[in-house]
Design a protein around this ligand. Structure first.
Ligand SMILES: Cc1ncc(COP(=O)(O)O)c(C=O)c1O
Length: 417
């Protein structure tokens, strides 16, 4: 029987003009996935690819439990948060159980951008300020406000100051690197204040993904957070990339860094593909925000979202996927060490199942990515100049998948020089 899918890439490319030129496709030869299952994507021609890139399907593509929860709730009721609904309350309790006790309120949105927007409104309500400090190649979202806070996307706005991502240099202690980063944060807020802008927030992606992937060690962000608070700003941890066990073990980047956050934003993996995002904050912060007015998000926190979110939580918990991510991540590191010479001792950074490999150049990285795609393994590149190979599979990734990934990487590395 003929496939119902169009396998003619040129035809699809032509038809895609309907979407306009702002979108970008991955890979020199674009991929046409038509089916997903766990860590696998199948294309229109029936070829299977190992997905070592997509973090949204955190519990696996088309996870049966998540799909069943979504279907059952969609067949039963889908309203919004203006009605009493037990599902969203059960979800809030279950999610907040993974947070420190002081972070005890949840508000729900549909996208990470909306979550960051809401977090910034909370910070503005609490501080009376507008100024925000972000890292120099940060990405925090697509709205007018978030684009101004996303230097990797667009020039930053007038009330925004940028700083380098925190990292320890060779042989540098965490305390010394923390002090260095803290000085950058203090200087950025001082500059802002000198321009008459009142500070509102230090906003950090806790794995510094678009800055080149720098998972912070415990304590590394402390001095920066202290500098933000000294300037009267709140600390917002953007967990859209790092959250839900991505870094292995503890569920959040801020927990790995032992950072005290005032507000935490989440998205991407929260609904395993269903558009779901949210903000967790201290009670006092949410109360202060509530003084400024009401909040209603038509779709955020609806009964289907609550059912989906709960199924994702239960999969993560019962299958112990964050713990598995820590183990599989350690296996990847060992495999890397074994093959370091063949990979020219390229710098590698990461934690759990979020890894960045520094290729020689952006061009080298792009060639590696395309070669691997041709050989059935999907990764991508990002960071400044596109030089960092980004490896970020579903958390159901296992050691045999690491072996396949490493074989493909070794095969691509040299021919792509
Ligand atoms: C760190 C970070 N924050 C926020 C966002 C925005 O999320 P969304 O695309 O759901 O609006 C992204 C998306 O890539 C992100 O990586």
């Amino acid at each position: 029987m003929a496939s119902k899918h169009d396998t003619d890439v040129n035809n699809l490319l032509q038809r895609r003009e309907v979407l306009g030129p702002a979108y970008r496709l991955f890979y020199d030869e674009p991929l046409t996935p038509v089916r997903g299952e766990d860590v696998w994507l199948t294309d229109a021609a029936g070829r299977r690819y190992l997905d070592a890139y997509n973090n949204v399907p955190v519990v696996g593509h088309c996870n049966p439990r998540v799909v069943a929860a979504m279907t059952e709730q969609a067949q039963t009721l889908c309203t919004h948060t203006r009605y009493l609904d037990q599902g969203v309350l059960d979800y809030a309790d279950a999610l907040l159980a993974h947070f420190p006790g002081c972070l005890n309120r949840l508000m729900l949105t549909c996208t990470g951008s909306e979550a960051n927007d809401l977090a910034l409104r909370m910070a503005q309500a609490c501080t009376g300020g507008q100024g925000v400090v972000v890292t120099q190649n940060a990405y925090h979202g697509v709205t007018q406000l978030l684009a101004q806070l996303s230097p990797s996307l667009a020039p930053h706005g007038p009330a925004v100051r940028t700083i380098p991502p925190p990292h320890t240099d060779d042989n540098e202690s965490v305390a010394a690197a923390a002090a260095r980063w803290g000085a950058h944060v203090a200087a950025a807020f001082a500059d802002m204040q000198a321009a008459g802008i009142r500070p509102a927030a230090l906003l950090v992606d806790t794995v510094f993904a678009s800055d080149g992937i720098f998972p912070p060690q415990p304590g590394l962000l402390d001095d920066g957070a202290a500098a933000a608070r000294a300037a009267g700003a709140l600390v917002i941890a953007d967990e859209v990339q790092a959250g839900f066990g991505r870094l292995g073990g503890p569920w959040w980047g801020f927990a790995h860094a032992q950072l005290q956050a005032d507000i935490v934003t989440m998205g991407k993996p929260m609904g395993n593909g269903y558009p779901m995002a949210g903000v967790v904050a201290q009670e006092a912060v949410v109360h202060e925000f509530a003084h400024t007015g009401r909040y209603f998000n038509t779709f955020g926190g609806n009964p289907v979202a609550a059912a989906v979110g709960m199924a994702v939580l239960r999969e993560l918990e019962e299958r112990q996927l964050p713990e598995q991510a820590a183990q599989v991540g350690a296996y990847w590191r060992q495999s890397w060490q074994k093959n370091a010479a063949a990979l020219n001792h390229a710098p590698v950074r990461g934690l759990g199942l979020y890894w960045g490999v520094e290729a020689r150049s952006g061009e080298h990285a792009a060639r590696v990515v395309n070669h691997m795609r041709q050989n059935g393994v999907l990764i991508n590149n990002s960071g400044p100049g596109g030089r960092i190979l980004k490896i970020r599979p579903p958390l159901s990734f296992q050691t045999q998948h690491v072996d396949q990934l490493m074989t493909a990487l070794l095969g691509a590395w040299d021919v792509s020089q």
